[in-house]
Design a protein. Sequence first.
Length: 346
Amino acid sequence: MKRITIIFIVIIVTKIGFSQDIHFSQTYMTPLELNPANAGTEFDMRAILNYRTQWSSVSSEPYVTMMAGYDMNFNKSNQKTGYFAGGIFFYNDKAGDSEMSQTNANLCIAYHVNLDDHNTLGLGVQGGYFQRSINYSSLKWGSQYDGYKYDSQLNTGETSGGLSAGAPDFSSGLTWTYRKGERYMTGNDQLLLISGVSIQHINKPKAELQSIVDDPLYYRWVGHITGIIGVPNSPMSILPSAVYLYQGSLSEIMLGANIGYRFKEASKYTGNLKGGTIGIGAQYRLKDAFIITSFIEISNYTLGVSYDLNTSDLSDASKSYGAFEVALRYVYPNPFSSGRSSARFK
């Protein structure tokens, strides 16, 4: 009984819970998680905190994912042909009553070649380490059913505690960045496009918690594009995004956009007046969820909030309640400053 029970749990946990990596709905707020070549693409320096909780209507213990990332470019202003950039990010994901958990720490480096005044091509590599674990001390076992009902006082016949495993992990990717124009309301002809492709788990690290099944991580392919499209001579901007993920037999497509409104213009001559933009939009994760998104950007800071409305077969059990997500971003230089406009958008 013991071995059959453990085999069943391990297979379910590793094949369903671990076979697909984490994902966020605000993918434009998770650049390093998508592609190591995103380091240093849009800003000279960027720091982001992410928090996501989901399935509180289905599980007594919601699934919670937290991530922190930082990236910057190195001496970019003095490099006409290209520049190096680097980044680091951490995340922790914990799911359900079993406290199925994964913790990752990753370091990436990228080099971006300036093809001309508007186009940049970047290559990035990433190395890291992950630790996965499960705590089955609070789970219910077949041996605790007395033939009529569940009795928590009955001996489980299992060893208390949990299982854990860890391995190094490597990824690589390419990005293309196109930028031109400026953001001020008097013109607002800004066009910024960042697209790329990455391959993750290049070394196919093994993720099994016990030596019962051989369970290496599948390659994870990621295609992504984000942008800022200014509506000329207006305070409006369109911020589209699209992500395609493919891993093993699983795939995911997410499309959407935010509409931004500049409610305050920054001073071109002094730093006393801070600029501000507010936005709202929607994303659709194919056959899974409709996502309401919003953000507010003031000076160097952006706060993003989103909520997933489940549309999959699980919607009957979840009552269409999905996930709540919040992200806080700090960037330098100030995206509203005249210095950034002249230096980064030509």
